[in-house]
Design a protein around this ligand. Structure first.
Ligand SMILES: Nc1ncnc2c1ncn2[C@@H]1O[C@H](COP(=O)(O)OP(=O)(O)OP(=O)(O)O)[C@@H](O)[C@H]1O
Ligand SMILES: O=C(O)c1ccc[n+]([C@@H]2O[C@H](COP(=O)([O-])O)[C@@H](O)[C@H]2O)c1
Length: 218
């Protein structure tokens, strides 16, 4: 169901490359909270990190391959079409305008992203336009480093998934998804050393990486 009142989830990332640490927690989350669709938005110019190793076109292609047999996910190319920094606040403002004031929207992030969320461009406006759903990731605390940011988190926290479905925006939900100890950094490092990565990302993505000579030494 994807009508004007069903919760619309959005998952942004650099995806250099996309891996099971991205896909599996979100698939499990979808079952836990009842999502029929997750919109994946690869960024073009990551706001808070150096430009990725793979090109935007290659990262997009890898996402397409990863989700080809997963009807839960759909790709949205809007950030790839902008040459300015891929600010989430801007993307969500645009998506809110398209969806109308009442539609529940949620942006999904991993636990590591929550920790630096207060440094994001116009971060307060993000909760005006969407909920935040946080998936677990090993190695990161669930508490904010600064007290004022912890207060901000607690002021927006909900443990009731009904709030995500009934309100258009403004809540933070710390999902109890399992840990997947996988990162794109580890995958790039392993590939550079010629080490196997079979359990870390979909086979079709790995084949694409090998065919295009991505993430190789030198
Ligand atoms: N293993 C994981 N578990 C939970 N969330 C994850 C995991 N890996 C990435 N994410 C989340 O996915 C989103 C996109 O992450 P990103 O594309 O930067 O992947 P990454 O593996 O962290 O990349 P890199 O190692 O290059 O920094 C972020 O919100 C991040 O928190
Ligand atoms: O808008 C920002 O300032 C901002 C800062 C850091 C990250 N983001 C977005 O958060 C998502 C995850 O980021 P990353 O770097 O972990 O791939 C991705 O969609 C980024 O564009 C957004």
């Amino acid at each position: 169901m994807d009508d004007m009142t069903s919760l619309q989830a959005i998952y942004g990332g650099t995806f250099d490359p996309v891996h099971y640490g991205h896909l599996k927690p979100v698939e499990i989350l979808a079952n836990q909270i009842g999502l029929s669709k997750v919109i994946i938005i690869p960024n073009n110019v990551p706001p808070h990190r150096p430009q990725p190793e793979a090109s935007s076109e290659q990262r997009k292609r890898m996402v397409e391959l990863a989700i080809a047999d997963k009807p839960l996910f759909v790709l949205d190319e809007r950030e790839l079409k902008r040459d300015t920094p891929s600010w989430t606040a801007l993307t969500l403002k645009e998506m809110r305008e398209e969806a109308g004031a009442q539609k529940p929207l949620a942006f999904i992030i991993g636990q590591d992203s929550l920790l630096n969320f207060p440094s994001w461009h116009q971060y307060e406006t993000i909760l005006d336009n969407a909920h935040l759903i946080v998936t677990r990731r090993p190695g990161y605390p669930l508490e904010m480093a600064e007290e004022q940011h912890q207060r901000w988190l607690e002021n927006h926290l909900t443990w009731d998934i009904e709030n995500l479905h009934s309100q258009p925006a403004g809540k933070i939900y710390l999902a109890e998804t399992p840990w997947f100890d996988i990162s794109a950094t580890i995958i790039r490092e392993r590939l550079e050393k010629g080490e196997p990565c079979d359990d870390l990302l979909p086979e079709a993505v790995l084949e694409y990486i090998h065919q295009h000579g991505l993430y190789q030494a030198g």
